[in-house]
Write a protein that binds this ligand. Sequence first.
Ligand SMILES: Cc1cc2nc3c(=O)[nH]c(=O)nc-3n(C[C@H](O)[C@H](O)[C@H](O)COP(=O)(O)O)c2cc1C
Length: 546
Amino acid sequence: MDDRKIIHAPLDLREHLERLEAKDLLTRIDEPVNKDTQLHPLVRWQFVGGLPETARRAFMFTKVYGSDGRKFDTPVVVGVFAANPDIYAVGMGVPEEEIGDLWNRGIAAPIEPVSVDDAPCQEIVIQGEELRKPGGGLASLPVPISSPGFDSAPYLTATLCVTKDPETGIRNMGTYRAGLKATDRLGVRMATRLTGAGGYEHWQKYKKRGERMPIAIVLGAAPIIQYTGPQKLAIDLDEMAVAGGLAGAPLRVTKALTVDLEIPADAEIVIEGLIDTDVVEPEGPFGESHGHIALEEFNMPMEVTAITMRRNPILPSIVSQVTPSESSVIKKVAYEPLFLHHLQKVLGVGGLTGVVMHEPLSNLRPIIFLRFKYGIPQSEIWRALHGAATLQAQCGKIVIAVTDDVDPHNADAVFWSMAYRSNPIKDVVVVPYRSRTHGPKQDDTANSTMLIDATSKNLMPPLALPAKEFMDDAKTLWEKIGLPTLSPQAPWHGVHLGDWGETWERFAQAAVKGQWEQNGKISLQRRRSSDDVHPETPVRRVEKDI
Ligand SMILES: Cc1cc2nc3c(=O)[nH]c(=O)nc-3n(C[C@H](O)[C@H](O)[C@H](O)COP(=O)(O)O)c2cc1C
């Protein structure tokens, strides 16, 4: 019997938007907004404007126009999949803390989709000359420019690129960028490195057969389907079945009209086409998630054979480029649980309490932090360091283990831990040979890995800040006086880190009651001759019962 919980994820984008609106996570912008110059920069401000992650929102632009003056009826939504983890959780239909378990369940027990004929994504069909007429085809969609001033074209970013292995028939759905080239042509970029894009492996097989590759670019599927696009799944795992596993029920697919592929039936827009495997065409520049503009590369031209859509469709777009961004949140929320699961359940590492991928600027993959309980044997810590560095080719160039009183979201705390808890000569290991990091390269030297054990090797004295009760009390006073509003930055109060003594506890308690002279009388009785005891000798080296 299947004992999985029934998940109540929204099963199409519209239901998701309603839920976001009900939770006050969606902002509608009814002002006219230029998709080529204003739309992405406006949403970008919530990532670079000093707002906390929790204040980020999804946006719906209802009056979109282009720099050529053209007005679009189709609204554009941005940030609706993953402006922050709260929004992602709405899309998964579970509270944020259950997202990791749900991913592990979905991957472990995929559910095959069901094929239907009544597909909303095909209510409107654009084909033939309609695709080629001026302003028709792709030009009729309000596709925004992500990095105005640098990008060469409007780009589809919230994609699910559906392809099929010509030998096994197994489907792949990956999120790849696709730049507009003509009303009926796109430039698609699929990572060609080993273990790169699944779609590229299919492309290679079609090329060998001398055939064009059928592809369907799906826009605006249910979030639970969309989230499988950037997730790193085994090549032979059908993302649609994993999405079913996440939903706890089979999801609806339908046959594409002009290519031999099945696509999510309830998506907003589908662009069907063929990739010519004989030719490549310059594509880019385009602002990438590694934080630089990707310069022009030869990539795959896609000839559009049909555009199908719902009546009154909605076009989604994802803010990527310099992180944090929607693109990094969508990956962070999905990757961290996979790493934790692998280290805890597959490698059986003991004492590991969390995996955090570093998000600001570095874009998750290169730097990973592992959190451990205090007192875990170093053999476990080093197994985890190596495991995190090798699970995925692109992830874990620098892996740092910390004890879990250190919050890796605070880079200062990590530096503090490295400064006081690691000895580089024995706690840092550099391992040769790893694949090149995503992004522009610095030189031709083979890449490498740095592993750092910055965990606490010994119990430590308390963190030197006033105890929590005193900081709380002082905050109340601060607010009563009307001083500027505080946003506490951890660590903001002292905590015990294992090394302390009853005598010192008594002293501290007496001091806060104003009884410091009593403490002085006690220390007077404990004096020693300086002939016997050198200054700076720890007291407990002399007195054993501290
Ligand atoms: C917004 C966004 C854009 C992305 N663009 C690309 C891209 O252009 N090419 C690519 O290979 N991967 C891109 N990725 C990363 C892939 O989606 C990711 O590696 C995914 O695992 C690929 O799926 P696959 O293994 O099924 O190919 C992008 C991810 C996001 C979130």
